[in-house]
Design a protein around this ligand. Structure first.
Ligand code: SAM
Ligand code: SF4
Length: 329
């Protein structure tokens, strides 16, 4: 098991498949100038599948989420999913994507064994999308979402980050749209993980503001603690159900005490936390011929050292060097 000194057990593995992306969301990446990892630095498909096998068969991991950068840009994605689906025990597998290209790939991913997707969409307004992501691909995301639902990659969840002055007023519109289209919407508070290090606490829209804004149009009933488990999203039942809306309040209502995550970057580094400033190199062990047991030992040791919390509420908080796109969100 991947247990830490606070007794938390990591069963949810986030695997970043690439640091590259076809969007440039302002809260994540700079417009230009971010250097990509070189090909030899990236784990190969075989290396990724081997590490996932070790995690699933030897370390108690039950859930795999593929992410990035944009994971649909990884040419071997479908093959990786297929090989992981053949593992015993079979992990649950989901994908976090900006949705571009999902129109073409959703059916094949479902056939390969992917269970679910989370698609990131912050706005219903194409022109705001263009400002927020610096690319005019709004229609492609909507097509990707529809394809995911049609292919049975359900429940389709939608992640939205609200930014003041851009889409900060869109929470109720987004929820009405999600309910109508049967997507489960989750708002994510903006975190200090942008490449430009421009995040400011007083410049972000907090969970409380999001809920206030939703309540102007909807009745929200808390789903209750039990339903939440280790899930980062607190959920509310919308207008008596059946639809739900979630808020991931990493900044204002941190959930570190229940965290069940371990992370693997595209270049083979283990991170015990999104906000960790230290990483543990599994790639070097892999490439020096270490057996599975040794890799499992290194992974367990890395997780044992997991800190109690993200440190976000500490005035001495230091933002990780890597931006979200290179950690794997
Ligand atoms: N490219 C894919 C996507 O956008 O879904 C996967 C990677 S992205 C880093 C994963 C999630 O992190 C997205 O939902 C995105 O909105 C979110 N994200 C990125 N930067 C963030 C930040 N600074 N604060 C909060 N969420 C962020
Ligand atoms: Fe790309 Fe996702 Fe970051 Fe947006 S949030 S720039 S889509 S990695």
């Amino acid at each position: 098991m991947l247990i830490d000194t606070y007794g938390r057990i990591a069963t949810d593995l986030r695997v970043s498949l690439t640091d590259r992306c076809n969007l440039r969301c302002t809260y994540c990446m700079p417009e230009e100038g971010l250097e990509w990892l070189g090909k030899s630095a990236l784990l190969s498909d075989d290396e990724i599948v081997r590490l996932i096998r070790i995690a699933v068969t030897g370390l108690g991991v039950t859930d795999i989420r593929f992410t990035g950068g944009e994971p649909l840009l990884r040419p071997g994605l479908t093959g990786i999913v297929e090989r992981c689906a053949a593992l015993e025990p079979r992990p649950r597998m989901s994908l976090t994507t900006n949705g571009i290209g999902l129109g073409r790939t959703a059916a094949a991913l479902k056939a390969a064994g992917l269970d679910r997707v989370n698609v990131s969409l912050d706005t219903l307004r194409p022109e705001v999308f263009k400002t927020l992501t610096r690319r005019g691909r709004h229609a492609d995301v909507l097509a990707g979402l529809a394809a995911a639902r049609a292919s049975g990659l359900t429940p389709v969840k939608v992640n939205a980050v609200l930014m003041p002055g851009l889409n900060g007023d869109e929470a109720p519109d987004l929820l009405a749209w999600a309910v109508e289209n049967d997507y489960e919407l989750r708002f994510i508070e903006q975190m200090p993980l942008d490449a430009q290090h421009g995040w400011k606490r007083d410049g972000m829209i907090a969970a409380g503001d999001i809920l206030d804004s939703l309540r102007t149009r909807f009745t929200l009933t808390p789903e209750g603690r039990e339903a939440r488990g280790a899930a980062p999203a607190e959920r509310w039942i919308v207008d008596g159900g059946p639809h739900r809306v979630g808020v991931i309040a990493s900044v204002t209502r941190p959930f570190c005490a229940a965290c069940d995550r371990t992370r693997l970057t595209a270049d083979g580094q283990i991170r015990s936390c999104l906000f960790a400033t230290e990483e543990t190199d599994l790639r070097a062990a892999l490439r020096s011929g270490a057996p599975d047991e040794e890799i499992g030992r290194i992974w367990r040791r890395a997780m044992w050292g997991k800190k109690a919390g993200s440190g976000l509420d500490d005035p001495a908080f230091l933002q990780p060097e890597r931006p979200m796109s290179a950690i794997g969100g």
